[in-house]
Every structure is written in C-alpha cells, then in structure tokens.
Design a binder for this molecule. Structure first.
Ligand SMILES: Cc1cc2nc3c(=O)[nH]c(=O)nc-3n(C[C@H](O)[C@H](O)[C@H](O)COP(=O)(O)OP(=O)(O)OC[C@H]3O[C@@H](n4cnc5c(N)ncnc54)[C@H](O)[C@@H]3O)c2cc1C
Length: 316
C-alpha cells in the first residue's frame, strides 16, 4: 500500500489551495495520505489541513525557525518526516519547485516533476517540451519525490477529521543559506495561481503606467493579474506575475489576454484555462487560434470601455 506525505503550502495564516489539489493527486495513487505542516504558530493551518477529505494524519512541526518557508531549512526536516513513506508530494509552485528536489537529493530518491495524471502508484503522465508533448514515465524506486501540476487537479473537498500529531524535530544546522529579507507584493487581489479569473497584459501595454489599465480591468471583475514575459522583462509588471513556461502555470475559469501575441511559451501556462478571451489589434495574432472569444481592436480603446461596463454592472 502507498503511504503518501504531502507538504502543505501556506503563508503562515491560511492553507494554499495548492495543497488540496496535491491531495486529489494523492487520492488517485491510493493508500494512506498524511500532510506535513511546517511553520511557526500554525496550529490553525494544521486544523485546516485536517479538515481535508481523506487525510489520515497531519504532522505538525511548529517551530520558530520555520517562520519563513526557507527550502534549505525545511528540506532536511521533510526528509526526516519522510521515513516510511512511499511518496513525498508537493505542489509545482515556486515553493514546491524549490523544496522538493532538495528532499529528493537528501533521500537519494528520484525526482519527478509536474505530475499531470496518475496511471498507477509508479506510472505518471507529465508534460515535456513546454507542454507540447505528454510523456508517460514509470519510476522504480522505494520512495518517489514529486511535484504535482496543480492546474491538472481539482481541489479535494473539506469533509475530513484527521488527527493532528505534533512532532518535534531538531532544527537543522544550515549555515550556507539564511533569510535576508522578504518583499511581499501588495496582495489586495486574488492570488494569480489560484484565481478563478485572470487578466494578463503583454508587451503592447508599453509602460508600467499603462499596465494600470490591466489592473483596473482585473479589479472590475475581481480577477488576479498576470503578464507575459515580454511585459515582465520590459519592467511593466513584476516578475511574480509572469505566466507561462518559465512563469506560473495556471488554470482559471476565465483568462483575458490583453496585447499578448500567444507565443507557445506563454500558451503553455494557460492550456488548462476554461475560457480564453484575447484582445489584440492584429487579427492574425496566434492567440486567436486558442481563444474562445476574440476582440480585434486597440487595447487602449477597448480596456477603458470594458472596465467601465463591468464597473457599472457591478454597481447595479
Ligand atoms: C525559453 C523561453 C521561455 C519563455 N517563457 C515565457 C513565459 O513563461 N511566458 C511568456 O509570456 N513568454 C515566455 N517566453 C517569451 C515568448 O516567446 C514571447 O516572446 C512572449 O510571450 C511575447 O510576449 P507578448 O505576447 O507580450 O509580446 P509580443 O509577442 O510582442 O506581442 C504583443 C502583441 O500585442 C499586440 N498589440 C500591439 N499593440 C496593441 C494594441 N494597441 N492593442 C491590442 N493589441 C496590441 C500585437 O499585435 C502582438 O500580438 C519565453 C521564451 C523562451 C525562449
């Protein structure tokens, strides 16, 4: 029987929905699922994890040293917790991609990235070539460490009553890495990776000032904000908003791409989006091949009109 350990992603206050999506993947493996919650004063998060359906145990490591999710510090702790487990899973987010490969190295276990489907406890599907092909891989090892492509799984629901076990681990003596500073973007809008609606802007915005048109449209419909790499590289939007192969992989119900051409590296980040709306002045832009709804026109005319229309609907 598989024994699966999921590392919880959280911000110190609430559990990130990515954890419930990892759980759905774990449920498809079959077996017993535990969730590890590492943090400082995170009993509330452990309780939240315990409410997820189908979880047997929550392993709570509550330690002031874990106040920030420093991968170099958390990996040795997770490696200790992993004893006796057949699978160690985490989300394929910035957090998981930083942490899980270190755990695999410490356990001398194979690292599998971006599980998008489970065929058996040892056989998985994952994307390759920027999502242009899907490969089936079989892993023959006593422990498999893997990241889960959260855009490929629905969140497990919250009808569980798991036991929370508090575990004390010695704080690893990590000298090569220390936390210097945390700079958090103002988070008054939905998180890009879990938002149901996302508005993204591309190079066509032309400046950081003009990018405020994207923020305004997003705000009018309660959406998260994303950006193409060209917009990020040009300094119009911060790096953590980048959507695509080298950015975030997202699966919103609605994705509005504004002034984005639709390069393959961008599209790989939104291939699981339910409805794609493209706004582009070039009727031959590749984005229109993937879009469900296309608006051909100048974004500087269309965006203020759309924003005003949504705002007036919201005020009625
Ligand atoms: C290894 C690698 C990894 C990459 N990873 C990523 C990634 O993760 N994410 C990503 O996005 N890209 C990525 N890229 C870059 C990608 O190839 C494209 O260069 C990038 O996506 C282009 O961004 P864009 O669509 O904003 O810009 P452009 O390709 O310049 O497109 C701008 C679009 O805006 C339209 N437009 C211009 N003016 C207006 C207007 N006034 N109104 C309406 N429309 C207008 C144009 O018709 C055009 O279609 C990667 C590239 C490489 C090589």
């Amino acid at each position: 029987m598989s024994r699966i350990l999921i590392i919880a992603e959280h911000d110190g206050k609430t559990l990130n929905p990515a954890t419930a999506k990892c759980l759905r993947c774990a449920q498809q493996l079959g077996g017993e699922v535990s969730i590890a919650v590492l943090g400082s004063q995170v009993a509330g998060i452990a309780a939240e994890a315990a409410r997820l359906s189908g979880v047997a145990r929550v392993l709570l490591v509550d330690n002031a040293a874990n106040a920030h999710p420093l991968a170099a510090l958390q990996a040795p702790q997770l490696a200790q917790l992993a004893a006796g487990f057949t699978h160690v899973l985490g989300p394929s987010t910035t957090f998981g991609k930083d942490l899980l490969p270190r755990v695999a190295a410490l356990l001398d276990a194979p690292m599998l990235s971006d599980i998008m489907a489970v065929e058996s406890p040892a056989r998985f599907k994952r994307p390759i070539y920027a999502g242009n092909a899907i490969i089936t891989v079989e892993v023959d090892a006593p422990v498999i460490v893997a990241t889960v492509r959260i855009a490929s799984f629905d969140a497990a629901d919250s009808a569980g009553t798991a036991v929370v076990e508090t575990i004390t681990l010695a704080t690893p003596a990590v000298t090569h890495t220390r936390l210097v500073d945390v700079s958090v973007q103002k988070a008054d809008r939905p998180d890009l990776q879990t938002a149901k609606r996302v508005v993204s802007g591309g190079r066509a915005l032309g400046s950081a000032e003009n990018f405020s048109l994207v923020y305004a449209l997003a705000e009018s419909i309660g959406a998260g904000v994303g950006a193409s790499r060209a917009a990020v590289d040009s300094g119009y939007a911060p790096n953590d908003l980048q959507v695509g192969q080298t950015g975030k992989i997202i699966a919103p119900e609605l994705y509005i791409a504004v002034g984005i051409s639709g390069a393959i590296q961008h599209m790989t980040g939104i291939k699981d989006a339910r409805t794609i709306v493209a706004i582009n002045k070039d009727p031959d832009a590749p984005i229109f091949e993937a879009a469900d709804i296309g608006l051909v026109g100048d974004l500087f005319e269309l965006l203020p009109q759309l924003t005003a229309a949504f705002q007036s609907r919201a005020s009625k």
